[in-house]
Design a protein around this ligand. Structure first.
Ligand SMILES: [Zn+2]
Length: 589
């Protein structure tokens, strides 16, 4: 059964290893590891993985769950797909798949089909490149210095001129609706409203597959073999599909992610060809943004692997603008950014071909801090020595200064700029004070539970045959009225924990996401050992004290009312009850 299978996968899976493939984790206590949250953008780590209980929790965005939830969210897949992914990662053989709803099954089938289509298309394009029709394309690639190994590594192919050859190849694999959804074809809507026949989107083009993080091909970018109006744009990309969202993908991340982790920095270039050349030159921690500035989603994706980047964009105006935008986004997310400007105004691909990999490596080592690069850029843009030009240069730099999260770094950047631009530094400091004031570090406080509440939540989360659980359960039965006065969400959680099946995971037994978040927060915030029975007794005493104090306040209010309305019997009863409450309070102390 699928459920049993998921359970057995979960028992065998190591959450630290699975999450660690996406998040850089550091040890933070006996059971906890922390890192930058992959689900929201942040500068200081608030994401925790708890090894003992095999779950994760983020103090920033409160995302929480187990190894399956993690894969579901990060890979954007359904639960069965997540179970499968984890099983594959752990080398557990798969049973037949089952889905919770027909829609889910259909969606998953569609996705699998689209991936299959892309895989077949890739192989077919590769085959076309080797065919006689691919001769011109092969010539072009050889001219760009690409070896057969390089072509094979990046699975570069050729889309022939034919309008229908790819469709003919894929027709037996999927119906026309699925083919249309693949983005591999174009079609012209007909007068009768029908979508019209499918024809190849990519024709007479060299094809570069674009893979997702796990190496599955999900789109293509295709370079025209000929120039001129008839050939269309130089590069043509797949449209966005259910597999492919342009701003969410970094070209080559599937191959580069391990080298990036090892080198602890990523080299960022503009185009796929640059990326391929650099990789084949032996610098394998390289990624391409696909000719545009970075998106926030890409920054977040990258931050799972490193927070250090060297940017090497084309030196033309478009490249410089893209570089500035990327620097802005990256520094805002606390990345350490360096910039390479290659001598002779060359792009990485040509630089490597003309001067070799060794020289390119040397250029990378000489990369300058982004602050220095930007100050030089400001001087290039506003070269005059007039006060007006200096102010313009400063205004160009200020947004970049403001973006840096560290106050010290901002100060340093500003005084560097002041010195190099020859600006009166008092003026800069004034500007900077404002800039600094506008920054704020967002810190989300953990939900304020008392120590007693935390201990009781922990105790009732323990195995039901443990001593700690039995102590807690006995106290609960004895003082149910006091427990009933606890804050509502904690009380609800305790009720659900107490009624769960013995083998059930405490987090999974809670139905409300808010409850799961609260409990997960307790597990990761209480460092060290589980509470002991005497801690539970103290916690119960605290809960009872709070409850009794509340009871006393209520009774006193009722007493006043009874005295005011002149009801002596009630006054007597209430007085006795107040004394009783006071006696119990004294006993507790
Ligand atoms: Zn988060």
């Amino acid at each position: 059964m699928a459920d049993n299978f998921a359970q057995s996968v979960k028992q065998q899976a190591d959450i630290l290893k699975i999450v660690g493939e996406y998040v850089r984790l550091k040890r933070a206590g006996a059971q906890n590891y922390t890192g930058l949250c992959p689900f929201h953008s942040e500068k200081t780590p608030s994401f925790s993985v708890n090894v003992g209980r095999q779950f994760y929790y983020c103090f920033g965005c409160h995302e929480t769950g187990d190894v399956f939830t993690f894969i579901q969210k990060i890979e954007n897949v359904t639960f069965p797909e997540a179970v499968k992914t984890v099983a594959v990662k752990c080398g557990i053989p798969l049973p037949k798949r089952e889905f919770s709803s027909p829609e889910e099954a259909a969606e998953s089938r569609q996705r699998a089909k689209l991936i299959e289509l892309h895989e077949i298309a890739t192989g077919w394009f590769e085959q076309q490149l080797r065919s006689p029709e691919g001769a011109l394309a092969r010539e072009y690639l050889t001219g760009r210095g690409l070896s057969d190994e390089g072509i094979a590594k990046f699975r570069i192919g050729y889309a022939p001129e034919s309008f229908h050859a790819l469709r003919d190849r894929l027709q037996s694999v999927a119906d026309s609706e699925t083919l249309r959804a693949s983005g591999l074809f174009s079609f012209k809507p007909q007068e009768d409203g029908s979508p019209g026949p499918l024809y190849s989107r990519f024709r007479k083009r060299i094809t570069f597959p674009i893979a997702n993080e796990s190496g599955r091909i999900i789109a293509f970018t295709a370079r025209a073999l000929e120039s001129g109006d008839k050939a269309g744009p130089k590069y043509l990309n797949s449209p966005e599909t259910s597999l492919y969202t342009k701003g969410n993908v970094l070209f080559n991340l599937d191959k580069a992610r391990q080298p990036i982790r090892e080198a602890n920095f990523a080299l960022l270039v503009e185009g796929q060809m640059d990326c391929i050349s650099v990789d084949l030159a032996g610098i394998t921690n390289v990624l391409a943004t696909s000719g545009t500035a970075f998106t926030e989603a890409q920054v977040r994706l990258l931050s799972r692997y490193t927070t250090r980047v060297i940017v090497n964009f084309d030196p033309d105006t478009a490249g410089a603008n893209a570089a500035e935008k990327s620097i802005a986004l990256l520094t805002e997310e606390s990345f350490e950014v360096k910039v390479v400007a290659l001598e002779g105004g060359l792009d990485p691909d040509r630089y490597i071909r003309e001067r070799g990999a060794k020289e390119y490596g040397a250029a990378l080592r000489a990369a300058r801090r982004h602050q220095d690069y930007l100050i030089d850029r400001a001087r290039q843009l506003f070269p005059q020595r007039t006060p007006e030009a200096k102010i313009k240069a400063l205004n160009f730099l200020l947004p970049h200064i403001r973006r840096m999260p560290s106050r010290i770094a901002r100060d340093e950047f500003a005084s560097d700029a002041a010195q190099k631009l020859g600006i009166d530094s008092a003026l800069v400091r004034q500007e900077l004070k404002e800039a600094a004031a506008k920054r704020r570090d967002s810190i989300t406080p953990a939900s304020a539970l008392t120590r007693a509440e935390q201990i009781l939540l922990q105790a009732f989360s323990s195995a039901q045959n443990s001593e700690i659980y039995r102590v807690a359960e006995a106290s609960y039965r004895q003082h149910e009225a006091d427990f009933a006065k606890m804050r509502a969400d904690v009380r609800d959680i305790l009720t659900q924990l107490r009624s769960r099946e013995d083998s059930a995971d405490p987090l999974q037994s809670l139905s409300e996401p808010e409850h799961r978040q609260l409990l997960a927060g307790v597990f990761v915030s209480v460092h060290g050992a589980e509470p002991r029975p005497e801690n539970v007794e103290e916690a119960v005493a605290t809960i009872r004290r709070t409850s009794l104090e509340q009871q006393q306040r209520d009774l006193r209010a009722a007493l006043q009312e009874a005295e005011r309305q002149g009801r002596p019997e009630e006054v007597l009863t209430l007085t006795r009850q107040i004394h009783e409450a006071a006696r119990m309070l004294r006993e507790l102390d």
